[in-house]
Write a protein that binds this ligand. Sequence first.
Ligand SMILES: *Cc1c(COP(=O)(O)O)cnc(C)c1O
Length: 227
Amino acid sequence: MDNNIKEINNNIMEAVKNSNRDKENVELIAVSKTRTVEEMKKVVDLGLVKFGENRAQEFREKHEKFDDDIIWHFIGHLQRNKVKYLVGKVSLIHSVDSVRLAKAINKEAIKENLVQDVLLQFNISKEKSKYGFYEEDLTEIIKEIKDLKNLNAIGLMTMAPHTDNSEESREYFKGLRQLSVDINSQKIDNMNIRELSMGMTSDYKIAIQEGATMIRIGTAIFGERSY
Ligand SMILES: *Cc1c(COP(=O)(O)O)cnc(C)c1O
């Protein structure tokens, strides 16, 4: 795993250099779904402290086994009845894919007297198998969420379609970035879209070239998943 992480860091370095960006502006999130606590602790020893989980129950079980110095990200589709297990415990929910979910998170955050940072997930490719808002719904979404005081939308997230040719992901990453520019140009009160969560093992170099500020990597760190 040590070599895996070194290789990823080298690739990040190369991608930021190619695109005149700064390494400080790209956060590596280790996607630890399906991995054991032991595997994760090895990764912590190698210097990574940001983990991404995609199931609320799995997150809850793992969360208890780590100290507070771990930073948790939630990256999977979230049901409203599970929101209570995440709010205040994860630093960022990447996968807000409906207005109803946004409202449920806001409500729970009010209860816990905190503000929850989130990303809005967009289905740029419009694949039926994927979650996320459609770009056309942007105006409606903003209208619905801009006044949720305990929900702070700090960025956008997307997943590119599965492909063997990572170049094909580029247009979807460009699309997400353009969407962030469009939103910020509207100068909506209290909304500053500054994070772009995009890029996984197969396409993170392309994502960085297109402006990713967070990359979500599982396989390249831990090896192939068995399920
Ligand atoms: C599993 C997963 C990843 C990581 O995928 P790898 O190909 O293993 O790097 C990234 N993002 C999301 C939303 C995931 O579910």
